[in-house]
Design a protein around this ligand. Sequence first.
Ligand code: ATP
Ligand code: MG
Length: 554
Amino acid sequence: MENETVSRNFIENIIDKDLAEGVYDCVHTRFPPEPNGYLHIGHAKSILLNYGLAQKYNGKFNMRFDDTNPTKEKEEFVESIKEDIQWLGADWEDRLYFASDYFQQMYEAALKLIDKGKAYVCDLSSEEIREYRGTLKEPGKESPFRNRSVEENRKLFQEMKEGKYQDGEKVLRAKIDMASPNMNMRDPVIYRVAHMEHHRTGDQWCIYPMYDFAHPIEDAIEGITHSICTLEFEDHRPLYDWVVQELEYPVPPKQIEFAKLYLTNVVTGKRYIKKLVEEGIVDGWDDPRLVSIAALRRRGFTPESIKMFVDLCGVSKANSSVDYAMLEYCIREDLKLKRPRMMAVLDPVKLIIDNYPEDQIEYLDAPNNLENEELGSRKIPFGRELYIERDDFMENPPKKYFRLFPGNEVRLMNAYFVKCESFVKDENGVVTEIHCTYDPETKCGSGFTGRKVKGTIHWVPAQEAKQVKVRLYENIIDEEKGVYNEDGSLNLNPNSLKEVTAYVEPMLAEAKAFESFQFVRNGYFCVDFRDSEENAPVFNRIVSLKSSFKLPKK
Ligand code: ATP
Ligand code: MG
């Protein structure tokens, strides 16, 4: 992986060679989703790969809905897919296509094969076709309909188109080789009868092309040079090549396969996500615990972070699974310098500064990002009563605990040193108040050079702080036990969503949907666009600050 960011990936090597040898004089790629679900992180890899190659070689990138299968397509997915791709920054300019717009050309292509004696109408049932196909060890058997004349095939195919036959009664098959070691070449079905409404062409057609026949035609029509797909299509490549060759396209496109992107212990399968949505375990396809592109966007991931992730993953022919921690690393890296660092207390306990004037409020300066001065600074109100994190105080601290405990002095971030004098517990032994004294000399930025303290803790002013809902996430899968149970169901983590009421700096109450912030020590958070209201933002934790991921050394 280390080298891939600097050296060229194997697809670029193929393209370089093609350009050098004059196989193609430009690069034209496409992203061809079936509009049958939401896109996920794996699709993002394919989108950015295809778009990135077009950019790199000064070529073109097409967006094409592969909607040749009328059973599964849904209009709602067309819109969500377009939105996701635009958000990722892949620009198809004016080249948005639908494979269903090519149905007439595909039909004519089929006729051309018939005329060349390379396709025939077959009356075998689908079970019979399967039986005749043979096995990996044994060659297949030729269909009794294989040697129909061109005239008869033309007539029957026309009749299929005109609706004379029921679904499954007849199919059109490519005439290739029933003994081929590649099962895909044993006279594959290329057209079937299906009396079904199509989401775009309605009932105009009752025959539909099969994927392996349609896809190369779509590519060829659009002038695609490098048709990039995932590994499971490797065995289909000879058929792809056969189709473009028999149809005699002047510049045939070339299929190249790469390995899918998988995330360890993360579910992407449509079937599973659909179930989670239907059972109300998640609140939709964009629930922030999912890795659909819409979910990642809602959670607060940025297009830049996803691009960085995909680049780090590299492109290869070997299937592998990437740790989610790497995705987290990328969003931290992206937000680190861009977003302000604010104070929010997720698990509050009150801190009272007994020697601070009772009604006094002062406004203290706080830099917005210590590593990026350009983000400026802000004023935070400070008073006698504050909230701090419950775990920033311990009655009986272990060694190396540098935060508050009786008798210890710490720095309140952007404010003063305070020393813990006493604390109050309720009848259950829960600490309810921590009493401190402060030293006015130690004001942050005052140039105080006296004694040092080892701990700095964050806080919010008790009066002025706003209460907001904060959602903390864990993997929706219980990682300890693996993704699936024995019965094939998902092994869910009951703690994947925890909602708390946090106290935050007053200005955070005005945060708008999709705005993100670092909350000191607690992570990066983004305003949920679905559940937030005016002056009542709901914050989703994008990622905590602790990292278990280390970038491999170059
Ligand atoms: P799924 O079966 O997971 O729903 P799909 O392959 O059916 O995915 P398509 O809409 O057919 O989804 O895919 C569009 C493009 O995205 C294809 O070129 C496909 O190869 C690619 N793609 C799908 N999943 C991944 C993945 N996990 N990693 C990389 N590319 C992928
Ligand atoms: Mg598919």
